[in-house]
Design a protein around this ligand. Structure first.
Ligand SMILES: C[S@@+](CC[C@H](N)C(=O)[O-])C[C@H]1O[C@@H](n2cnc3c(N)ncnc32)[C@H](O)[C@@H]1O
Length: 218
C-alpha cells in the first residue's frame, strides 16, 4: 500500500469511528463497517464475552431462551449457546450475520440468526426469558422509544434485560445515564442492579460501559 492509499484508509477509519461515537448510524453504516474492518479489528469486538454476561449466566439469572440484540459477529451468542442457552441473534448487517453464522458453525452450536431491524423484529410477543444488549440501544438515536417498546414486547413477564451502553463517564453524545435508563425502560421494567465494565478496543483504547440488569414487571 502506498502513502496516499494509507492516508485514505486512515481517514476512512477515523470517519467511521467518529460516526460510531457521535453521529447517527444507518443500516448502511453498519454494513460498511463490517465490510471495511476485519472482524477482529471492529472497535466493539472483544473476542471474549462480557464479564457481567458471564456472571449473570453462571448465576442462572440470564437463562432459557435468550435474544442477543444487535449480535454483530456473534461472539456473545456463541458463548451463550455453549453454556446451554437457547439463543437467537438479530443484526441489521448481513455481513455481521454471515460472520456470526460462520463462528457458530466453527463452534458447533445451533443459533437462530436473523438479518433484520430489531425495532421491527419477527418474533412473537413474550418470546424470550432474557435479552442481551451490548452496544445496540445507545445507537438507536431517535428510535429509542420504538426500540424499547419492541424489546419490552419480546420479553416474558419476569424476563431479564442486560444492557451495556456507553457510560456517562465517557462524556460522549451517545452516553447513557441511569436517569435515561429509568425514563426509557422504567414503565415496563424495574432496574435491579447497575454496574460498569471496561472494554479494551482492538487498538488498545478503553471504553467504559454502564451495565444495567432490568426485570420486566409481571
Ligand atoms: C456496537 S455493535 C455491538 C455488536 C455486539 N453486540 C457486540 O457486543 O459485539 C452494535 C451492533 O448492533 C447492530 N444494530 C444497530 N442497530 C440495530 C437495529 N436496529 N437492529 C438490529 N441490529 C442493529 C449493528 O449492526 C452492530 O452489529
Amino acid at each position: 500500500m502506498n502513502e496516499p492509499q494509507r492516508a485514505r484508509g486512515w481517514l476512512w477509519s477515523m470517519w467511521q469511528y467518529m460516526k460510531l461515537f457521535a453521529l447517527r448510524q444507518s443500516e448502511n453504516d453498519w454494513e460498511e463497517m463490517y465490510r471495511g474492518f476485519p472482524a477482529e479489528k471492529l472497535p466493539w469486538e472483544s473476542n471474549k464475552p462480557s464479564p457481567w454476561l458471564v456472571k449473570f449466566v453462571h448465576d442462572g439469572v440470564m437463562r432459557g431462551k435468550v435474544l442477543d440484540v444487535g449480535c454483530g459477529a456473534g461472539t456473545h451468542s456463541v458463548w451463550m449457546a455453549e453454556q446451554g442457552l437457547n439463543v437467537s441473534g438479530i443484526d441489521v448487517s448481513a455481513t455481521a450475520i454471515m460472520l456470526a453464522r460462520g463462528l457458530a458453525t466453527g463452534h458447533e452450536v445451533n443459533i437462530n440468526f436473523q438479518i433484520g431491524d430489531a425495532v421491527h423484529s419477527p418474533y412473537p410477543n413474550s418470546s424470550f426469558d432474557a435479552i442481551f444488549d451490548r452496544g445496540t440501544y445507545h445507537h438507536q438515536d431517535r428510535r429509542k422509544t420504538e426500540y424499547v417498546r419492541e424489546m419490552t414486547r419480546l420479553l416474558k413477564p419476569g424476563g431479564k434485560y442486560l444492557l451495556l451502553a456507553f457510560s456517562p463517564k465517557m462524556h460522549w453524545p451517545k452516553s447513557v445515564t441511569l436517569a435515561e435508563v429509568e425514563r426509557m425502560f422504567g414503565r415496563a421494567l424495574v432496574i435491579d442492579w447497575t454496574g460498569e465494565e471496561v472494554h479494551v478496543q482492538p487498538d488498545g483504547r478503553e471504553v467504559r460501559l454502564g451495565a444495567y440488569l432490568l426485570t420486566k414487571r409481571p
